[in-house]
Design a protein around this ligand. Structure first.
Ligand SMILES: [Fe+2]
Ligand SMILES: [Fe+2]
Length: 474
């Protein structure tokens, strides 16, 4: 299913056959570009970046790589191929044909789901817009920009659905997506994690690892949707998202590798003086980003989540691979809840516990990556292991909101928690130290002191290729 690049908006949805929609999107396009030029990567809009562009939605060979100036990136509308005779896989409508139009009674809810997902995409571009100035290498700089242009494309993906299926409300939401701003006091982005700052590259890698991974789980659940255009949109977004997770996981893995190397060379775990990042500081950043990302899954018990599922709008992670009745009316699910100074496990109706079961799948995925990082540390003979903090640690949403839990999962008083906070989360001094390491390295093949080179380059190119050319001077 190849993509038509002859049109103003590249697409594989036959856009030219729908004049009304084409006009609506062509009207939105310059507004998007204006947003990109204002809020996209600061200072690099005229640089030539070795970017991948989607050319087809096939599982194999769906992209080409070439030098492009980012504002010339061909953002467009790419849906995964339709599955013939696809049926709704869960909820009350299980077994019925999927919907090609929005069912009237679910219109508002579905629009909200799409807007909430869509809002995260431009938000992350805004959060990351100053990072180019402090890149640890041209390889990493290019990866940052690849992530940024694809988040821009994910915005297109959601705006297409809004414009194509939600009439005037959809058009208004599409405008609002370009008006909210990450971190703004009066018009912030919708979700908390997307209003946090991403001030340095350690935060960037943590963000792409932990927060983009939330995206993977949300998109995978929406890919199960009975609303087929949403399902197809999300399925293709997931193939792009995989690269963002790769950037995060390998970025942190390379920092760890470099830290271990410096620790061995100098016989100390305090490697700041040698331009490295102490594993203890890395653990604190991990604690922060993991806990912020856990909140994105919402409350443990949620009737909204139950409704999304029962009505066929949002499935579970890997819904089709599961061996149960896919309706969950009778089922229960274990949920951890704080009660009278302890944390207990309670069996809750599986339908209302769907956020928690998605969070569980996410935590298991994070734990697998952690095993790979720890293997790297172990292989270098260093006696240190990274851990994921307890799910109740530093939560701002759900059962654990307002409850003070240590990373080990022990509920304590607020006073005790505050007294120990600096052991668990980056201190101002540590954040400043990380900031001080962020001096740009832009010589091809060279890397900052705090991160190891990757094992290989991008698209079979050498590591020392000039992945970004014509950088701004001064
Ligand atoms: Fe995205
Ligand atoms: Fe992403």
């Amino acid at each position: 299913m190849s993509i038509n690049y002859d049109e103003r908006i590249p697409n594989n949805v036959g856009l030219s056959a729908d004049r009304r929609l084409q006009r609506a999107l062509e009207n939105w396009q310059p507004k998007f570009l204006k947003w990109w030029n204002q809020m996209g990567p600061c200072g690099f809009q005229t640089a030539d970046v070795y970017l991948r562009t989607a050319t087809s939605v096939d599982a194999k060979g769906w992209a080409t790589f070439d030098y492009l100036k980012m504002p010339d990136y061909r953002w467009g509308i790419f849906l995964a191929q339709a599955v013939a005779d696809r049926k709704i896989g869960f909820g009350e409508h299980r077994g019925e044909p999927v919907w090609q139009e929005v069912p009237g009674e679910h219109r508002g809810v579905l629009r909200r789901l799409i807007v909430t997902q869509g809002d995260t995409e431009p938000a992350s571009v805004e959060q990351q817009r100053h990072l180019g100035r402090t890149c640890p290498s041209l390889y990493d700089l290019r990866n940052l920009f690849q992530v940024n242009v694809e988040e821009g494309r994910h915005l297109w993906a959601m705006v297409y659905l809004l414009q194509a299926y939600f009439g005037r409300d959809g058009r208004e939401e599409a405008e609002a997506l370009l008006e909210r701003r990450s971190g703004s006091a009066d018009n912030p982005r919708i979700l908390g994690a997307f209003n946090e700052r991403t001030p340095d590259w350690l935060s960037f890698f943590m963000f792409t690892h932990f927060t983009d991974r939330d995206g993977k789980f949300q998109l995978a659940s929406l890919a199960e949707s009975g609303f087929d255009p949403l399902s197809r949109t999300c399925r293709f977004m997931l193939t792009e998202e995989a690269h963002h997770l790769f950037v995060g996981e390998t970025g942190i893995g390379r920092i760890i590798a470099r830290s271990c190397q410096l620790m061995r060379e100098h016989g100390t775990d305090r490697i700041g003086d040698y331009g490295g990042i102490d594993l203890a500081i890395l653990q604190k950043y991990l604690n922060f980003h993991f806990s912020v990302s856990l909140d994105l899954f919402g409350s443990e018990l949620s009737t909204n989540a139950a409704n999304y599922f029962s009505t066929g709008l949002k499935g579970r992670f890997k819904e089709s691979d599961r061996n149960d009745d896919h309706r969950l009316i009778e089922s229960t699910y274990p949920v951890l809840r704080p009660r009278a100074g302890a944390i207990i496990e309670s069996e809750e109706p599986a339908l209302t516990a769907l956020n928690e079961s998605l969070r569980d799948a996410y935590i298991a995925d994070c734990a697998r990556a952690l095993v790979r990082w720890n293997k790297g540390i172990e292989d270098s003979g260093i006696d240190f292991r990274l851990t994921l903090p307890h799910r109740g640690f530093r939560r701002a949403i759900g059962e654990f909101k307002g409850v003070y839990v240590t990373p080990e999962g022990v509920p304590v008083s607020e006073t005790e928690w505050r007294a120990r906070e600096e052991q668990w989360l980056p201190t101002q001094a540590e954040r400043e130290f990380i900031g001080s390491l962020m001096t740009p390295v832009v010589e091809p093949g060279k890397f900052a002191t705090w991160i190891a080179p990757p094992p290989r380059g991008i698209n079979h190119q050498p590591i020392e290729m000039d992945y970004v050319k014509h950088l701004p001077t001064g």
